[in-house]
Design a binder for this molecule. Structure first.
Ligand SMILES: C[S@@+](CC[C@H](N)C(=O)[O-])C[C@H]1O[C@@H](n2cnc3c(N)ncnc32)[C@H](O)[C@@H]1O
Length: 299
């Protein structure tokens, strides 16, 4: 949970603004009586909803945020009163997981749900539920895209929109260089471990999820409106790292350790320890290449 909280400012900087603008331009006109219906899968602790309201991308909206993790949804619910009041909303809790937010003429309904996206798709299909916008943020590299994407797109109305942001695309850069050859070897092993997970256990979509989405979206017969890079670029300034970004970096190095756990030689251990030490002294720079997409289902 702390990782997703720390990731928020990194994502805020990274999100591709022209792609986001294309989403904003394509959104339907709404009224309090006819809000746009948004479904976010794998919403984590709800930071995308916070951001889209804070940045005035969404106005009158019925927002369903689901995640597999009970802890994530619990945290999303716990965070809500604080950020809604900062944004000047009055809040009314309707049920255990549903809220209505009011600000002048604006009405926002938020529904949280703890559920696996695959299960959600089956449930909603039976209920004939439809959505105007589908959002998935930092998600597609975690699942089998070809198995889930067409099913989720089927939940959209004719002309429904999708916004898929922060899709990892195979480039991890850590600076300063420790040793050019060893750095490259360890990054390769790290990427290889992610790809092996995908090939052998069908976990995740591999390191090139971003570029493969072009193909998946075309096969699903969607119309791409815009795409662009949304690289994470985390760097220290004179005051160190902003917000919780030092913690975010420790999490990234820790996730590399987890991914490489079956092949942790003394050399790799020492390298990972040195990366943690670089964070402590405000020296580490981290760049991850990612892509954002916005488009429509074909009617
Ligand atoms: C990297 S986190 C991103 C969370 C959020 N979108 C964000 O960026 O803050 C990935 C999220 O996907 C969720 N997740 C993974 N597989 C899922 C599935 N099959 N259905 C629903 N959620 C899933 C995890 O619980 C986790 O919260």
């Amino acid at each position: 949970m702390a990782y997703l909280n720390a990731k928020k400012t990194v994502d805020d900087r990274a999100l591709n603004r022209t792609v986001l603008q294309s989403l904003t331009n394509a959104l339907p006109v709404t009224t309090p009586e006819k809000p746009v219906r948004v479904l976010e899968v794998a919403a984590g602790i709800g930071t995308m909803l916070e951001r889209l309201l804070e940045w005035h991308v969404l106005n009158q909206v019925h927002y369903t945020a689901l995640d597999l993790s009970t802890d994530c949804i619990k945290t999303a619910i716990k965070r809500l009163p604080d950020w809604v009041s900062k944004l000047g909303f009055q809040v009314e809790q309707i049920g255990a997981t549903q809220f209505q937010l009011f600000r002048a003429q604006q009405i926002v309904t938020v529904q949280f749900e703890t559920i696996d996206a695959f299960q959600f798709v089956e449930q909603e299909r039976e209920a004939n539920q439809q959505w105007d916008v589908l959002i998935a943020h930092a998600f597609w590299d975690l699942v089998d895209v070809s198995a889930l994407l067409p099913k989720l797109l089927n939940l959209l109305t004719a002309q429904g929109l999708y916004y898929f942001s922060i899709n990892f695309d195979g480039e991890t850069i850590l600076l300063p260089t420790i040793d050019e050859t060893i750095d490259a070897q360890i990054i390769n092993l790290y990427h290889q471990a992610m790809n092996d997970q995908h090939v052998h256990n069908k976990v995740g979509a591999g390191t090139r999820t971003g570029r493969h989405l072009f193909r998946h979206l075309a096969s699903a017969n969607t119309k791409l409106l815009n795409a662009g890079s949304s690289d994470w670029v985390v760097f220290p300034t004179e005051g160190g790292y902003p917000d919780d970004e030092a913690y975010f970096l420790h999490c990234i190095i820790h996730s590399m350790r987890m991914m490489l756990q079956d092949q942790l030689t003394p050399q790799i251990r020492a390298w990972l320890d040195e990366r943690h030490a670089q964070i402590e002294v405000g020296k580490l720079i981290y760049i991850a290449h990612q892509l954002d997409f916005v488009g429509r289902v074909a009617s």
